[in-house]
Design a protein around this ligand. Structure first.
Ligand code: ATP
Ligand code: MG
Length: 279
């Protein structure tokens, strides 16, 4: 199980759509954490599992507010709500003022999220889950850097056009230094290029080449098509046969690769034995 974080640079919208797409297709228990410092919009796009509206009094704000007293995996689960399809979501903030006010709360959140996706959470209601994070557009000094650093995989979405690729390249350079942990290692970090798969396939290939030139640690994590119909599924639009849209079909390949790159959860009994022997 693990933490997969989606983010973008200037010129490449689509983070929330892709995070929702990945959550809908995720083959294991998944929790979507809406952690875009600019504010969330999942509540306006997605219905609760019972077909009603999501409860906007629950989510990231109560979590970050409580962070001074300490957070654990259970605190995150308390703020999560079930959505259609079987996964859960922690709704985001209202805007950047709340994100800035959270200060060190982001570090406590990062630790709680890592706990939730790790083997020690593997019992009862706190069963280990993959956590998918919508981290929004990342600037030069991300307030939620601790959360990004706690990820097992960081996915930068990039539109296949020159300006977007240049912004993404700058962002990757920043992340290459900022995401390095105390052990010197980086989370798996890579790019998903969004573009027209037919006519402009060459553009996507050159975008990946330019971005991988930043360093050998930049992975090619796949392609998604520019597909307004498919994107509409994740914007609350009525779309018939969503599973047949180009976006959803391509999303399966991207998700399979992301899941394959994550740590495997040990069986609950083995996790308990590990903890006992460590104690
Ligand atoms: N692959 C795609 N193909 C076509 N349209 C897309 C795709 N992904 C996203 N969109 C559209 O682009 C717009 C922005 O998408 P989205 O809200 O996911 O971006 P974002 O990066 O989360 O933006 P924000 O910074 O506002 O949070 C939406 O209208 C969405 O439907
Ligand atoms: Mg968004």
């Amino acid at each position: 199980m693990g933490v997969v974080t989606f983010l973008s640079a200037k010129g490449s919208p689509g983070v929330t759509t892709t995070a929702l797409l990945a959550t809908a297709l995720w083959p294991r228990p998944a929790l979507l954490l809406e952690a875009d410092p600019a504010g969330g919009d999942v509540a306006a796009r997605v219905l609760a599992a019972d077909g009603g509206l999501l409860d906007t009094s629950r989510g990231l704000l109560p979590l970050l507010t409580a962070a001074r007293r300490g957070l654990d995996a259970a605190s995150v689960v308390e703020q999560a709500q079930p959505v259609a399809g079987g996964s859960r979501v922690v709704l985001g903030l209202s805007g950047p003022e709340q994100a800035a006010a959270a200060g060190r709360g982001w570090a406590a959140l990062a630790a709680a999220v890592a706990e939730l996706s790790g083997p020690s959470a593997a019992d009862g209601d706190l069963r280990s889950t993959d956590v998918l994070v919508d981290a929004g557009r990342v600037g030069a000094a991300p307030v939620h850097l601790d959360l990004l650093r706690a990820s097992d995989c960081v996915v930068l979405l990039v539109r296949a056009d020159v300006a977007a690729v240049l912004h993404a390249r700058d962002r990757l350079r920043l992340l290459g230094g900022a995401l390095r942990r105390r052990d010197g290692l980086l989370p798996r970090t890579g790019v998903v290029v969004v573009g027209d798969p037919g006519r402009r396939a060459g553009e996507a290939a050159s975008a990946v080449e330019a971005l991988r030139a930043v360093g050998p640690w930049v992975d090619d994590l796949g392609r998604l098509p520019h597909d307004p119909a498919g994107a509409g599924v994740f914007a609350g639009a009525p779309v018939s046969r969503p599973e047949r849209t180009a976006l959803v079909r391509a999303g399966r390949t991207v998700v399979d690769d992301l899941v394959a790159g994550l740590p495997v959860a040990p069986p609950a009994a083995a996790a308990a034995t590990d903890q006992e022997s460590a104690a």
